[in-house]
Design a protein around this ligand. Structure first.
Ligand SMILES: Nc1ncnc2c1ncn2[C@@H]1O[C@H](COP(=O)(O)OP(=O)(O)OP(=O)(O)O)[C@@H](O)[C@H]1O
Ligand SMILES: [Mg+2]
Length: 510
């Protein structure tokens, strides 16, 4: 007799159905596992055998074959233990197989028969629901899976015994409950920053339009401090965005305790990060920092200290909003719609451009350092600003009156204006000005006559490239949205041009 248990394989954040087939036939005692298992899946035989023994079930001295279908889909991870064990118990008649037709199963087994947490329970629950199934997942993952919807039948046993008892009807498992997230946390506030009005304004514009931002300045000028205050002015995520972010976190195994948050991700990988850490992949396909920053912010502090190869891997996801990882015989892709915020010193010694400072190595210090960041990457950064050192006098001033809450309210208003506009233009897949390009951008951001003449003059003078021209338009559109203005005017173009000045310290921008 062959028993069937439904489980999943993860392709990106998508849960692909996999059918676990277990057959017990007379013959030489053996336990064979087929269907492109990786090492973790192949080792599952030993865990399953031990876990079943622990609950008092010896495997029969027969030929046991487990097939993971479809056979050409690679299977990774340890979550096949539980479906295999359940398939075996069904084949042995311990669990009625008609119950199993209604469930998708995933979970890892300990040698003592307990069921331990695995990554990906949330996408698995969403996938199961789409197939009209319920989900059986490990106890610790129940709260996470419950987010897939009220209607999904979820069983989250901690041990194999609990599951068997549930099916026997001696101990019924109750549905796990979602854990409401977001106990208010105190984020660092913009009010802590003295002076730096230009940088604060740039941060507000970046938050409002979702623009990428680069800050260049000497050590201690407050760049890292500014970036860390961006989350406090970003609006919370809506339900759909939250689900997308949580699906990625779930596949990465980073959804601790099953709590979901409305706060946008803010990821700060260290500059020693490898390409696999940023893009995703590695021995087992996992989302990288770019995907973990989906719908939020990827903050790269000390930008030129990242390996140039790693930095260039940002370029493609910044245009396609997803990362694609090539595996041995297939591709995996993860969503990666992030806002890039970067900070750097102008040169190795850090003080180029500071009045009264002469660099010991002369202009080469600047050139060599800034050359580590490629032109095409810079080309994708709408806002590039200098953050000069704060003067001691400014630091002794009282804290500014305006804090993050006021700025956040303006940002939320500007974002609502943008969402409304893209809806009415029939481009509902866009939400923020930073994502608009080409014809659409020109149709909605073209300035009035005096603005246009300023833009043309500036384009002549600073030699704007086509991309540069569009970047000015994009930022000007956001400035107009912050102003509540229907059309882009001369003031907006003028201010947008200040955010892409030729930096006094080197070759960045243009
Ligand atoms: N505008 C400011 N208002 C108040 N404090 C400031 C300001 N700028 C800097 N500081 C103080 O200086 C410290 C250093 O700032 P921060 O770490 O942000 O500098 P940085 O520009 O990132 O420097 P580095 O280039 O070395 O990384 C902060 O912790 C803060 O105490
Ligand atoms: Mg810093």
């Amino acid at each position: 007799m062959t028993s069937h248990v439904a489980t999943v394989a993860f392709r990106g954040i998508e849960a692909v159905p996999v059918d676990v087939q277990v057959q017990i036939t007379p013959g030489m005692p053996a336990f064979t596992l087929v269907g492109l298992p990786d090492k973790a899946v192949a080792e599952s035989r030993e865990r399953v055998r031990a876990a079943l023994t622990a609950i008092g079930l010896a495997l029969p001295a027969k030929r046991i074959t487990v097939n993971l279908a479809p056979a050409d889909l690679p299977k990774e991870g340890s979550h096949y233990d539980l479906p295999i064990a359940i398939g075996l118990m069904a084949a042995l008649g311990i669990i009625p197989s008609e119950f199993l037709e209604r469930y998708t199963v995933l979970g890892e087994l300990s040698l003592d028969g307990s069921i331990t947490a695995v990554a990906g329970s949330l996408p698995a629950a969403v996938g199961a629901n789409a197939r009209g199934h319920g989900l059986i997942c490990p106890g610790p993952c129940g709260a996470e899976a419950a987010w897939a919807g009220e209607a999904v039948d979820i069983l989250a046993p901690d041990t194999l015994v609990q599951l068997v008892n549930h099916f026997k009807g001696t101990q019924v498992l109750s549905r796990p409950r979602v854990i409401a997230a977001d106990e208010p946390v105190k984020l660092p506030d913009l009010r802590d920053i003295k002076g730096q009005e230009v940088a604060k304004r740039a941060l507000e514009v970046a938050a409002a339009g979702g623009h990428n931002l680069l800050m260049v300045g000497p050590p201690g000028s407050g760049k890292s401090m500014l970036a860390q205050r961006l989350p406090s002015i970003l609006p919370p995520m809506d339900a759909l965005e939250m689900l997308e972010v949580s699906m990625i976190a779930s596949v990465a195994g980073a959804l601790t305790g099953g709590t979901l948050s409305h706060r946008r991700p803010f990821r700060t990988p260290h500059h020693s990060a490898s390409q696999a850490a940023l893009v995703g992949g590695g021995q087992r396909a996992l989302p990288g920092e770019m995907s973990l920053a989906h719908n939020g912010v990827l903050f790269l502090d000390e930008l030129p200290e990242f390996q140039p190869k790693v930095l260039d891997s940002l370029r493609q996801p910044m245009e396609t909003f997803q990362t694609v990882i090539a595996r041995a015989n297939h591709h995996v892709s993860y969503p990666a719609r992030f806002q890039l915020v970067a900070a750097m010193n102008p040169c190795r010694c850090g003080h180029a451009g500071t009045p009264g400072h002469t660099c010991r190595r002369g202009p080469r210090c600047v050139d060599d350092y800034q050359a580590r960041v490629s032109g095409p990457l810079l080309d994708r950064i709408d806002l590039q600003i200098e953050v000069p050192a704060v003067r001691a006098l400014e630091l002794s001033l009282p804290a500014p009156k305006e804090g993050s809450a006021d700025v956040a309210a303006r940002v939320a208003r500007a974002r609502a204006v943008q969402a409304g506009r893209y809806q009415s233009l029939g481009a509902a897949h866009l939400r923020l000005n930073a994502e608009a390009d080409g014809e659409l951008l020109e149709s909605m951001a073209l300035p009035d006559a005096s603005g246009l003449s300023l833009l043309q003059d500036a384009a002549e003078m600073i030699g704007l490239t086509a991309r540069g021209y569009h970047r000015v338009l994009r930022v000007a559109r956001t400035l107009a949205d912050l102003d509540g203005a229907g059309d882009v005017g001369r003031v907006h173009i003028a201010e947008a041009l200040t955010f892409r000045q030729k930096l006094s310290t080197g070759r960045l921008a243009a």
